[in-house]
Ligand binder design. Structure first.
Ligand SMILES: *[C@@H]1O[C@H](CO)[C@@H](O)[C@H](O)[C@H]1NC(C)=O
Ligand SMILES: *[C@@H]1O[C@H](CO)[C@@H](O)[C@H](O)[C@H]1NC(C)=O
Ligand SMILES: *[C@@H]1O[C@H](CO)[C@@H](O)[C@H](O)[C@H]1NC(C)=O
Ligand SMILES: CC(=O)N[C@H]1CO[C@H](CO)[C@@H](O)[C@@H]1O
Length: 391
C-alpha cells in the first residue's frame, strides 16, 4: 500500500530517475541508476540494488508518514536509516510449489501431475531482493514405497537442479518435504524410517551450506510427543550425516500454526541441535479459520495479533523462528494486516528471522495468492509491499 501511494505521488518527480523501490543497479543492470528525490540507490545484494527511502526529502517523508496510518515506529526508523541492519530480517522469500502437486498420485508423471519451479521466475524474484525459497517436494517421489529405500535418481536430480540454481545465485533453498507428517497418507510413526529418509537427503545436500532442511510441512492431528520425536530424529540424522553447517527448520502440530504454537507445540522447546542452528518454522494466514483459503482478512490488525503469542514463546524459550508461510488477499484490509504482520516480525527480529510468502509456482494460474511473476495475483498486488522488508 505504501509503495502504491508513494509511486503515484512521485510520478511527476521521478521522470528522469528510477522510481521509488525500483531496481537501480546490480550485476548486469543497464537501466537507470539514479533514484527519485528522497530515495537512495541501496545495494541489497550483488545482483540487485533498489531505490529506498534515503536522503531526507521533506515531501517524500511527510507523504509516507501521513499515508501510513497504521505504521509503527519501525517504519519511521526505516525512513531515517534505510540501510541500517537494526530491525532487519535475515530472510524474506517465497514458497515455490509445484514438485509436490498431484498429492496422492505416486510417483505421478512429470509435466502432468507435478513439475519443477521455473528458473526464469526464480530469477525475477531474486532480482526483486528475495533471498530464500522454500522448495516443496513429495517424500513418496524422492523415496518410493518405504522410507528406508534409496533416493529416486531422476526426481533427486531435478530437485537438485532447482536447489542449485537458487543457491548458485547466493540465496537459500529450503528443502520442504510437503507431507504433513504422513507418508502415503499414513501418519509417520516409524522414527527410524524417518531418520533413514533424512540421512539420505542430508547426505545428498550436505556440501551445500545454503540448503536448509525443513523436517516436514505442517504436522497435524498427531500425537504431540510423536511430533517432538520425529523432529528430533530428523535433526540427529541430518547432523550425523555430516550436514553440520546448515540451518534446520522444525515445524509443529496444528499445521505449524503460529496462533496456537504456545499451547500446541510447547514441548518442542525440548528439541536439541548439536550444531545450534535450529529455527522454529511456523505458518500463519489471516482469514477467519487460519487456513489460507480465503482472500478476506478478518481485520486490519490480525497479522500482528495472530503471531504475538508465538513471539513471546520464542523469546521466553530463547529460540528463533521463521514464518514459513503467510499471505493475504488482494484488498486494502489484507494489505494493512500484512504490513502490520511484517512490521511486527521486523520489530522482533531478535527472535524472528524472516518470512516466506505462499506461494509461487508455474501452475497456480489465477490462485488468490499466486506470487508467480509476472502476472500472479499476489505478485502484482504484494511485490512492492514486500520488497522493503527484504534483507
Ligand atoms: C526431470 O526433468 C526432466 C526434464 O528436465 C523430465 O524429462 C523428467 O521426466 C523429470 N523426471 C522427474 C522424475 O521429475
Ligand atoms: C508433549 O506435549 C504434550 C502436550 O502438551 C504432552 O502431553 C507431552 O507429555 C509432551 N511430551 C514430552 C515428551 O514432553
Ligand atoms: C498464547 O498466546 C496468546 C496470544 O496469541 C495468549 O493470549 C496466551 O495467553 C498465550 N498462552 C500461553 C500459555 O502463553
Ligand atoms: C493458501 C494455501 O494454499 N495454503 C496452503 C499452504 O500449504 C499448506 C500445506 O500444503 C496447505 O495446507 C495450505 O492450504
Amino acid at each position: 500500500m505504501r509503495s502504491f501511494i508513494l509511486s503515484s505521488t512521485l510520478t511527476g518527480l521521478a521522470a528522469a530517475a528510477a522510481a521509488p523501490y525500483a531496481q537501480c543497479g546490480g550485476s548486469g543492470w543497464a537501466g537507470e541508476t539514479a533514484c527519485a528525490s528522497g530515495y537512495a540507490c541501496t545495494v541489497s545484494s550483488e545482483w540487485y540494488s533498489q531505490c529506498l527511502p534515503g536522503t531526507a526529502a521533506s515531501t517524500t517523508t511527510s507523504t509516507k508518514t501521513t499515508t501510513l496510518a497504521t505504521s509503527t515506529t519501525r517504519t519511521t526508523s526505516a525512513i531515517s536509516t534505510p540501510t541500517g541492519t537494526a530491525g532487519k530480517l535475515k530472510w524474506l522469500g517465497v514458497n515455490l510449489s509445484v514438485a509436490e502437486f498431484g498429492q496422492g498420485t505416486y510417483p505421478g508423471v512429470w509435466g502432468t501431475n507435478f513439475y519443477f519451479p521455473n528458473e526464469a521466475s526464480i530469477s525475477t524474484l531474486l532480482g526483486q531482493g528475495y533471498n530464500v525459497f522454500r522448495v516443496a517436494f513429495s517424500m513418496e517421489r524422492l523415496v518410493a514405497t518405504q522410507l528406508t529405500n534409496t533416493l529416486a535418481t531422476d526426481y533427486l536430480n531435478n530437485l537438485t537442479t532447482t536447489v542449485n540454481y537458487i543457491t548458485g545465485k547466493g540465496a537459500y533453498a529450503i528443502l520442504d518435504p510437503h507431507n504433513f507428517g504422513r507418508y502415503y497418507d499414513k501418519v509417520i510413526t516409524d522414527t527410524a524410517g524417518f531418520s533413514s529418509f533424512w540421512t539420505k537427503v542430508a547426505t545428498a545436500f550436505k556440501a551445500n551450506d545454503k540448503v536448509i532442511f525443513d523436517t516436514n510441512n505442517e504436522y497435524h492431528d498427531m500425537d504431540q510427543t510423536l511430533v517432538l520425536n520425529l523432529n528430533q530424529a530428523a535433526i540427529n540424522a541430518i547432523r550425523a550425516a555430516g550436514a553440520t553447517s546448515q540451518y534446520i527448520f522444525a515445524e509443529g502440530n496444528s499445521w505449524s500454526g503460529a496462533y496456537v504454537w504456545n499451547t500446541t507445540n510447547d514441548n518442542l522447546s525440548q528439541l536439541t541441535d548439536s550444531a545450534n542452528k535450529l529455527v522454529y518454522e511456523m505458518h500463519q494466514y489471516l482469514d477467519s479459520d487460519n487456513s489460507g483459503t480465503s482472500d478476506i482478512c478478518v481485520s486490519a490488525t490480525i497479522g500482528a495479533e495472530r503471531v504475538s503469542g508465538a513471539t513471546a514463546w520464542l523469546r521466553k524459550n530463547g529460540k528463533i523462528g521463521i514464518l514459513g508461510e503467510f499471505a493475504g488477499g488482494a484488498n486494502t484490509q489484507c494489505k494493512t494486516a500484512v504490513t502490520g504482520l511484517l512490521n511486527h516480525l521486523q520489530e522482533n527480529s531478535d527472535v524472528w528471522q524472516g518470512a516466506l510468502w505462499w506461494a509461487a509456482g508455474p501452475w497456480w494460474a489465477d490462485y488468490i495468492y499466486s506470487f508467480e511473476p509476472p502476472s500472479g495475483t499476489g505478485y502484482i498486488n504484494y511485490n512492492s509491499l514486500l520488497k522493503p522488508y527484504t534483507p
